[in-house]
Design a protein around this ligand. Structure first.
Ligand SMILES: C[S@@+](CC[C@H](N)C(=O)[O-])C[C@H]1O[C@@H](n2cnc3c(N)ncnc32)[C@H](O)[C@@H]1O
Length: 282
């Protein structure tokens, strides 16, 4: 039998699918991203029984929550690693937290939000980089980690990583101290690291932040998938989550939306972070 050729994704169907993706995730698929739709959503097209791309949006709406979740999951990019880009973690440990401590123990639990935490490497890196301060009772920590992807969150909660994930960003000392070996080269992050992190599902652009009053918000490599309007909404939500004087940490090469005032750039450990001064906000 002749193999069936994949259906053609015409411009109108691409626009309709892109609109649906935008509505549910804030991710803007600009023209030119047709390959992305075909590669990420081809399975969903088959699973929903559609033979043409133009039928997919209606089929997803008809099929309900499960198909919508399938769409969201298929378009999210979960790429991450332990201690990604290094310097923000160094800055947290060497400058930002000592600043709060002012020579003594921080008098309240340090509130940190890892927004768009993917499979957990970012929040667990935060705990590992602060472990000496936690162990010596210099700080207490209240760390919230959120993501839109339930698949990523489930993996993050489990804290089980494959050998290639354990190779990225960790040295032998980290692996020995913070992980329990499992079968086939996998390892699980220890319970005494896991216990510091509260994982929760949250869509960063669908409503207000899940909590407020954070000392530090990490939101790295999330906004890169959004168009300018959604990016501004994201940054306004992150701003609302910070306490005055708190710090926003974006990904390498990311900057706050130009519409937003009330931030002062700072360069601890030669990395750009934004101090929220809460002045002149429109
Ligand atoms: C490329 S990963 C970055 C992970 C981590 N912050 C890092 O820098 O390594 C982007 C993450 O953002 C999440 N994400 C994308 N859109 C989101 C949204 N609207 N709300 C919450 N999380 C979202 C994805 O599920 C994914 O886990």
């Amino acid at each position: 039998m002749e193999p069936r050729s994949p259906p053609i994704l015409d411009a109108a169907s691409f626009r309709a699918v892109a609109e649906l993706v935008f509505e549910h995730t804030g991710i803007r698929l600009a023209p030119g991203k047709e390959y992305f739709v075909v590669s990420r959503l081809g399975k969903l097209l088959r699973d929903t029984g559609c033979s043409r791309w133009e039928d997919l949006p209606d089929a997803i709406l008809r099929a309900g929550t499960r198909a919508r979740e399938g769409l969201v999951q298929a378009v999210l990019t979960l790429e991450t690693s332990f201690f990604r880009d290094g310097r923000p973690f160094q800055a947290l440990h060497e400058v930002l937290v000592p600043e709060l401590a002012r020579g003594g123990p921080v008098p309240y639990p340090l509130r940190i939000w890892s927004a768009g935490c993917s499979t957990g490497q970012e929040p667990y890196s935060i705990v590992m980089c602060l472990a000496d301060l936690l162990d010596r009772g210099r700080i207490r920590l209240d760390l919230l980690a959120t993501d839109l992807s339930p698949v990523a969150l489930e993996r993050a909660r489990q804290g089980v990583y494959d050998p290639w994930e354990l190779e990225r960003g960790l040295d032998e000392g980290h692996r020995a101290r913070y992980f329990e070996p499992l079968d086939r080269g996998r390892a699980r992050i220890r319970a005494d690291v896991r216990r510091w992190v509260r994982f929760r599902r949250h869509n960063l652009v669908a409503g207000p932040p899940p909590e407020t009053g954070f000392d530090v918000v990490f939101c790295r490599n999330v906004g890169i998938y959004f168009g300018p309007e959604t990016l501004e909404r994201l940054h306004r939500n992150l701003t609302a989550a910070l306490r005055p004087g708190g710090v926003l940490v974006l990904g390498a090469g990311e900057t706050v939306s130009p519409e937003l005032t009330g931030f002062r750039p700072e360069y601890p450990c030669r990395t750009l972070v934004y101090r929220y001064t809460a002045e002149d906000l429109p």
